[in-house]
Design a protein around this ligand. Sequence first.
Ligand SMILES: [Zn+2]
Length: 493
Amino acid sequence: MEYEAVIGLETHVQLKTKSKMWCGCANAFGAEPNTNVCPVCLGLPGVLPVANEEALRLTVLTGYLLNCTIPRHAKFDRKNYFYPDASKNYQLTQYDQPSTAHGFVDFEFNGGISRVRITRAHLEEDVGKLTHFDRTSGVDFNRAGVPLMEIVSEPDLTSADMAYEYLNALKDILIYGGVSDCDMEKGMVRCDVNISVRPVGAKELGAKIEIKNMNSFSGVRRAAEYEIARQIEVVKNGGKLKQSTRRWDDVAGVTEEMRSKEDAHDYRYFPEPDLMPFAPTDAWLADVQKRVVELPLARKQRFITSYQLPAGDAEVFKNDVALGNYFEPIAKQSKNPKAVANWVINNLRAKVTEANEREKAEQGALGLEPADMQLTSLTDLKFKPEALAELIGLVEGKSISNSAAQQVFAEMFESGKAPAAIVQEKGLAQVSDTGVIEKFCDDAIAANPNPVADYQAGKVAALNSLKGQVMKLSKGKANPALVGEILERKLKG
Ligand SMILES: [Zn+2]
């Protein structure tokens, strides 16, 4: 019998707010343990939480970005449990009335577009972080009370690869929307994966097994691959699977049973008595809606259709928002957006990367940490996008050759001078005067009898070597198309 996997994901994302969910403590990574804390986030007796409005806005914004409906009534609940990472003995979350529900995410998979339905995205608070030493354990409450959004998907995913692509698409959407920086290394995104298997074609779901402790998307993919194979093996051998929670061991590459799964009623959820229910008004929702941005996939598709870009270029602009934003206004004014994409991706991006490498080395030598370094970005270049548009126009209009354009670009990147001024100053204007080019061609033919003989014997490629000689003689200024034409005519004649 053949089996198929059924996968659903619960993705926890730290929201990009200045302060925590219920108090004014900083929402910041990397501080000394237990320095961003106060009586509220430590849960001392007698304190009252005050909801962070920006966290509510970001959750509702996520709802819009994930095509969810936004209920007009949501509330917070206490999820009661005892563990050292929660000093209050409960975690505030949204149990049965979340801020957003019933949406979907479209993403690219296997050469097509796949859709995963979103059950809900709700707001909760993060808890402290436990660190285990040799003989003791420590708890850092800096993370306790940081706004955390949980995005729950329907079990619409059927393979580890598909889960991986969904997570990447979700991350892109949240970064585009400014909802979260989604920095995995800082623990801003964490996932639990629910996996079951069933005979192909069966309607009923198998026993749901939850996997925890993956700290990267590739970890999720490996854990899912392992767990799917393990479950299929068990049922093929006549075994029975039961609902449980397992832990992923990234080093050993295996999942291990942690506990049989607890049910919701074990947490004794009840509404938080110290917080008002959340009932957004039309005006409040309209304000949030103004922050809705174009989704990454939509942007990629639009760049392909509007600017006739190859999928590869559009993918680069999808992944690098700033680069895409730089490209678009220039492309709109250009007759050849493909050429603009080439310039922005191959020349501009390469120059910025090169400058950043140099800056990192220089500033690193001065003892600066990466977070404190000042690096060149697309918003502080010495020239304006219009100047790049002008340069591309000079190439398109055949006023300068491609190789001359490279020199002009290098100069404008360093000095910020206008392209036309650089062309003038360096005498780079392309020579389209046939008389001048004829002279260069005659010289090249006279000085290179071997390629000439090769060409006349039928070796068409020999023409390139002669073309190269003419370009050299003209210091890169001859119009290459004219050079080719004239050489051919002379050699055939
Ligand atoms: Zn606090």
